[in-house]
Ligand binder design. Structure first.
Ligand code: NDP
Length: 415
């Protein structure tokens, strides 16, 4: 039982028999998909992907206006996390009977609600929303994406869709890492010294601004040519890791309460020693081995190995430095995005869009991200901004819904 629409129409107009796009198959939309894991060549444009219609009462269907790319998209294109994500999508997939293909990548969405399940209370067709799409769900490099109400949030009014799409995934990651793992929040950060290792990319540029909005003192490591960017976003102290030893430069500074490490591996060797000892300081790394382990060792062995290594590092960190060692993960959090929306509309967080591509150039957008040295985010414009088209689409959905309901009532009467 959903407040929903005609399920058998064209993806553009939803009209069942009078579709103006005859080339489209019924119930299909356009999307960039992969049918196998690999390099950029596996990305394929198609107009034959099933529209992800609302299938439960708590779902919200969104017409995608813009999406953005994250390093995870490149990794997932190559098969990263395939075993665990497949299991999360469908527990029966352990028997290998279900294929994850065609798989749609893209973790950020900014767009307009076109349909809602009957239990959805915070959203209605026509609302402008933003969200981070969990990696176990079909992504946003498509005309439509469907999420649960909890994952979605109203888009900041000050941002257009292209700007808004640059924020949700890094925002949900930073919130989860800094709040859940790092113990920080709006009310306890003003006397805290925070170090961000890797301040110039998507997570870094967002985290600097969030921490400054919460009143923290922020130190950042980045390349020399990103110093202006990170200082402009509010970083007080900047260490250039490309000239000289970053660890040495950081060791002479006052110690930190929290470290957010978005680089990992060799930085982990020296970072924990920069924390204030024996006062609850925390090192949070985003470079976690869980998915790599499950890919290479299988689900059970990989997960066991990852948990064992986390415990061993946490114990070692307490013994050697009197500080906590933790992993940070992206976590879906629509209410968290509501808070970020307020900070954006208050002018405290700005989108950092480094590059944007039209929907026809998704492989070029992947290439750009793959070159590394991000300075903020790479965004894909999926639909051009046109309020009239959205209004028309929603009107068509309403009309088809009314028709479907009437048909249902007539059938019921006849029976
Ligand atoms: N665990 C989780 O759930 C999540 C993990 N992540 C991970 O976090 C990491 C960061 O993500 P994101 O910000 O989106 O990535 P980006 O690609 O947007 O940014 C990475 C940034 O790090 C800089 N950098 C590279 N090497 C170093 C170094 N040694 N010291 C300081 N800066 C460095 C790069 O610039 P330059 O090379 O020019 O210095 C670039 O600006 C990625 O590895 C990602 O996979 C992200 C989200 C969720």
């Amino acid at each position: 039982s959903t407040k929903t629409l005609a399920r058998a129409g064209c993806s553009v107009c939803f009209r069942r028999n009078v579709c103006s796009s005859p080339s489209r198959l019924q119930n299909c939309m356009s999307a960039w998909v992969i049918d196998q894991y690999g390099t950029n060549g596996v990305l394929k444009y198609t107009e034959e992907v099933a529209i992800p219609t609302v299938s439960s009462t708590s779902e919200v269907m969104i017409k995608v206006h813009a999406a953005s790319l994250n390093p995870l998209d490149i990794a997932m294109r190559g098969g990263y996390g395939a075993k665990l994500l497949k299991l999360r999508r469908d527990p029966l997939s352990v028997m290998d009977t279900v294929s994850e293909f065609p798989l749609i990548l893209g973790r950020d969405v900014s767009g307009v609600v076109v349909d809602c399940g009957s239990d959805v209370t915070h959203f209605a067709p026509g609302d402008e929303v933003w969200a981070a799409v969990p990696p176990w769900k079909q992504g946003s490099l498509a005309e439509f994406v469907t999420l649960t109400e909890y994952e979605v949030s109203h888009k900041p009014k000050l941002l257009n869709h292209t700007e808004a799409a640059s924020i949700p995934y890094v925002a949900n990651t930073a919130l989860s890492a800094l709040v859940n793992a790092g113990g920080l929040c709006r009310d306890n950060s003003s006397d805290k010294r925070v170090l961000i290792i890797g301040g110039s990319g998507g997570v870094g540029t967002f985290s600097i601004q969030l921490l400054k909005a919460w009143g923290a003192h922020v130190t950042v490591t980045c390349s020399q040519n990103a110093e202006g960017l990170v200082r402009g976003l509010g970083a007080e102290e900047v260490v250039d890791y490309t000239t000289g030893d970053a660890a040495e430069q950081l060791q002479v500074m006052e110690k930190f309460d929290v470290i957010l490490d978005s680089v990992g591996r060799e930085t982990e060797q020296w970072a924990v020693g920069l924390l204030k000892p024996w006062c609850g300081a925390k090192y949070v790394t985003l470079a976690t081995p869980l998915l790599l382990n499950t890919d290479s060792m299988g689900l059970l062995d990989g997960a066991f190995n990852a948990v064992f290594s986390l415990q061993a590092k946490a114990i070692q960190s307490i013994i050697s430095s009197g500080a906590f060692y933790r992993w940070g993960f992206y976590a879906p959090d629509g209410p968290g995005l509501d808070e970020i929306s307020k900070l954006v509309d208050a002018g405290k967080i700005l989108p950092v869009v480094e590059a944007q591509f039209p929907f026809t150039q998704v492989p070029q957008a992947f290439q750009k991200l793959e070159q590394g040295h991000a300075r903020g985010k790479t965004v894909v414009r999926v639909a051009e901004e046109d309020d009239r088209q959205d209004d028309e689409l929603i009107e068509n959905i309403r009309r088809d819904t009314a028709e479907s309901e009437q048909e249902g009532q007539e059938t019921a009467k006849q029976n």
